[in-house]
Design a protein around this ligand. Structure first.
Ligand SMILES: [Zn+2]
Ligand SMILES: [Zn+2]
Length: 360
């Protein structure tokens, strides 16, 4: 199989040939068809995430076709179309049992790793998946079967960006109809926060970004108002749009600098809820008057949109099939695996909602 390897931060990815080991009884081998190019992979390339070891095959937002299942695997068989979840869950720990498998402590499977052809030693895979490759071996619990008639390029995006953004709104925050929402950042995840807010019946839905093009796209996904934070103070603008008090819910979906995190707290009303969706760089202090939370304001993180993949992936795909969730519109560009570095250049330039790699 072929895979795109990051050997060191700030280096271009290199396409390599690999051999795969035999699968274990509790594993599944998947022929990958499509992988989204997510900002998290870009964090690793930039060197922001030292906890992800390199060299590694990047990619964690994938869909494909099951090729082979281990003897002990049930519920999925060769030929089934599937989406991969990047979070393992043991099913037994406190968080799993309480309904938060997204917070399970189980680590990525260290088995089934590919080996560079003609070399010894194994290659890491981003979050245990390594979807920038033509095949991967994963534990059965992260393999989620889907309907046959769903296009796999669109399905792949449900595996990270769509789940993360929509899930932050409908699972983590549980926004109710008629509540006001502000979303900071209109990239791949922010657009999904916006369409999650539209699905929840929020009103108004205020999109904040510094790129006019992204704000235009946000309107396609359900934003009722746009605020260009390069031109105006977004907190004041949000207060004005809501007639003074600020929004019921704010989502930070940028994850680059401290300022939007702070603004996403300042722009909510009393009892307002701020959800941190973006992954801030390590050691990002927030400069905030502690009294700001006194009017019973709340701040919560959202990890993978509080995903319960076996419930939420099919749920999101039902909404797509019913025409209520936009996935076609998210797939802005399609690249072959060999052009993975071009896909990251487009991501860095803010040119795309999502690029997808076509793997077979
Ligand atoms: Zn667990
Ligand atoms: Zn991702």
């Amino acid at each position: 199989m072929r895979g795109a390897v990051l050997y060191a931060p700030k280096q271009p990815l290199v396409i390599e040939q690999f051999d795969l080991p035999d699968i274990a009884p509790d594993q599944v081998r998947v022929r990958l068809v499509a992988s989204g190019v997510c900002h998290s992979d870009y964090h690793v390339i930039k060197g922001d995430w030292p906890h992800i070891p390199v060299p590694t095959i990047l990619g964690h937002e994938g869909a494909g076709i099951v090729e082979e299942v281990g003897d002990k695997v049930g519920g999925v068989q060769a030929g089934d179309p599937v989406i991969l979840s990047w979070k393992r869950n043991c099913g037994l720990c406190e968080m799993c049992q309480r309904g938060y498998p997204n917070l399970c402590d189980a680590l990525p499977d260290a088995r089934g790793l590919p080996r560079l052809r003609d070399q010894t030693g194994s290659m890491n895979k981003m979050l245990g998946l390594g979807t920038f490759s033509t095949e991967t071996i994963v534990p059965a619990e992260v393999v989620i079967p889907i309907d046959r008639d769903i296009p796999l390029q669109q399905a792949a995006l449900v595996g990270c960006g769509v789940m993360t953004g929509v899930g932050a709104v409908i699972n983590t925050a549980q926004v109710q109809p008629g509540m006001s929402v502000a979303v900071f950042g209109c990239g791949g995840v922010g657009l999904n926060c916006i369409q999650g807010a539209a699905l929840a019946g929020a009103e108004p839905i205020i999109a904040v970004d510094i790129h006019a093009g992204k704000l235009e796209r946000a309107q396609q996904f359900g934003a009722t108002h746009t605020v260009n934070a390069k031109e105006v103070d977004p907190v004041a603008a949000i207060q004005e749009i809501t007639g003074g008090p600020g929004v019921h819910y704010a989502f930070e979906a940028i994850g680059m600098t401290a300022e939007p995190f702070v603004q996403s707290i300042l722009c909510t009303r009393k009892r307002g809820v701020t959800v941190f969706v973006g992954h801030a760089p390590f050691n990002t202090p927030l400069n905030l008057d502690a009294r700001i939370l006194m009017p019973e304001k709340m701040v919560i993180g959202s990890m993978y949109g509080s995903a319960r993949p076996r419930v939420d992936f099919p749920r999101l795909l039902r909404l797509y099939q019913a025409g209520k969730l936009k996935l076609d519109e998210l797939v802005t560009r399609v690249y072959p695996l060999e052009q993975v570095n071009d896909a990251f250049a487009a991501l860095a330039a803010g040119e795309v909602a999502r690029s997808v790699l076509e793997l077979t």
